[in-house]
Design a protein around this ligand. Structure first.
Ligand code: ARG
Length: 463
């Protein structure tokens, strides 16, 4: 990137001394805002069309501007655009290049517009596209989860509370819990998109413009759902970026929670899953290691997105109306949030459907933790024992099981009857893991039949 100060800044008219070299670099944003070049050019083309539509530009001027901007876009895409720090930001770089290419007509593009409404428009267009990209990656991950849930509808694992074995659940049911979290994330992003897709253009610097502009025309050209009502708010509002980052932070929190589970499950202590060699890495010193780096890194990256949310909230909290240069600081947190989120979703969407589920190990773990104790209590209640007494009876049976190293289902009928004489041969139907999960056969329950039905409903919701 060059910083030849000889190139004319568009605002030097009232200045007598050149900008300090360090200040020039300190105030520049071109290094990070150039990624919005496509949106900036699309916004400028729509603005030029509108200016011609209302008679501020001639048809010839409009066409020259559009052709020049399209050439510049191609030049950027070829990697040949001479970005300059002296020209501060993306907007002035492109405008100066346009004038360099098409001459004096280029200087008319900025009529009735300011960088303040221009940059707010660019960010919204950029974020709108990125929300769509994030949401399609999210959908891909959701489809992957449904595949696993369907395949593992009957796979039994221990369900946990306090990370202690609680009751048996099906692995498919566990996957569907993750699906629900993601579905709420998707809804939140869609809701956020509606407020992102509002056009600030026309607000100019802060007060609007004296040219006879047609904002509806520009909004239609750019595919906005509506136009910002108030010019002061239009140039200074960054709520949409905060909302997106908040939705992203929650999504990352979800991914981080799953990551924690995947890391635990990959350990030899749990041994529930194998993430596959292509999603793990080795240790440079311990030859036996296969580390779940992907979920660990995703768990770690949730920290930076939470940080960006706090950065943006803090950025805005003391800003008087309308635009302030502070707002230039919105971009890096927002862009990094987008990049992080897309990366994490991509790697999860690739990894989840391919993880190997160790059904036998899960089953063994469920068998070990007295996970059907509640089923025994419910059985006693059905035989007329008050629940509190049943709880006490089962507690004693569990203690006997711990002492003799056996699960409830491994005790003989006569042994079990020592704790309560209402217990009969049919108790073994509820003490088995299969009996326990299939008894929870209602909408939202863990029974295999319910998991399959939930998958069907989920597929319909995705359509
Ligand atoms: N680079 C600036 C930003 O990102 C563009 C708007 C500058 N406007 C101004 N009045 N200095 O916010």
């Amino acid at each position: 990137m060059s910083n030849e100060t000889t190139r004319e800044k568009p605002w030097t008219g009232r200045f007598t001394e050149p900008t300090d070299a360090f200040v020039e670099a300190f105030t520049a944003s071109v290094e990070f805002d150039q990624r919005m070049y496509r949106q900036d050019i699309a916004g400028s083309i729509a603005h030029a069309r509108m200016l011609a539509h209302v008679g501020v530009l001639s048809g010839q001027e409009r066409d020259a501007i559009i052709a020049g901007l399209e050439e510049i876009r191609a030049e950027i895409e070829r990697g040949e655009f001479p970005w300059s720090i002296a020209l501060e930001d993306l907007h002035m770089n492109i405008e100066a290049r346009l004038t360099g290419r098409i001459g004096v007509t280029g200087k008319k593009l900025h009529t009735g517009r300011s960088r303040n409404d221009q940059v707010a428009t660019d960010i919204r267009l950029y974020l709108r596209d990125e929300i769509d990209a994030v949401c399609s990656e999210l959908r891909r991950l959701q489809h992957g989860l449904l595949e696993v849930a369907e395949r593992e509808a009957e796979t039994i694992m221990p369900g946990f509370t306090h990370l202690q074995t609680a009751q048996p659940v099906t692995f498919g049911h566990h996957m569907m819990a993750w699906f629900e979290m993601l579905e709420r994330d998707w809804q939140r992003l869609q809701d956020c998109r509606r407020r992102v897709n509002i056009m600030p253009l026309g607000a100019a610097a802060l007060a609007g413009t004296s040219y006879p502009i047609d904002r509806e025309f520009t909004a239609r050209e750019l595919g906005f759902d509506g136009i910002a009502e108030n010019s002061l708010d239009a140039v200074s509002d960054r709520d949409f970026a905060i909302e997106f980052t908040a939705a992203a932070a929650l999504l990352m929190t979800h991914l981080s929670r799953w990551s924690e589970e995947l890391v635990l499950w990959s350990s030899s202590q749990f041994d529930f899953i194998d993430l596959g060699d292509s999603f793990c890495t080795g240790s440079s010193i311990m030859p036996q290691k296969k580390n779940p780096d992907v979920p660990e890194l995703v768990r770690g990256k949730s920290g930076r997105v939470n940080g960006h949310l706090i950065a943006l909230l803090t950025l805005m909290k003391a800003q008087p109306l309308a635009y302030n240069k502070d707002n230039q600081e919105d971009k890096e947190p927002l862009f990094d949030t987008i990049d992080t989120l897309k990366g994490c979703l991509k790697v999860y969407a690739d990894m989840i459907p391919n993880m190997h589920v160790k059904r036998d190990a899960m089953y063994e773990a469920a068998r070990r933790g007295f996970s059907t104790a509640t089923d025994l209590a419910d059985y006693l209640v059905r035989k007329g024992v008050p629940f509190r007494d049943a709880h006490e009876v089962v507690g004693k049976a569990v203690r006997a099981g711990i002492e003799s190293g056996r699960d409830l289902s491994e005790m003989h009928l006569e042994e079990l009857r020592q704790f309560s004489d209402v217990i009969g041969e049919d108790v073994f139907d509820v003490l088995t893991l299969e009996g326990s999960v299939s008894a929870r056969n209602h909408v939202g329950g863990t029974a295999p039949e319910q998991v399959r039905a939930a998958v069907v409903r989920a597929r319909e919701r995705l359509e």
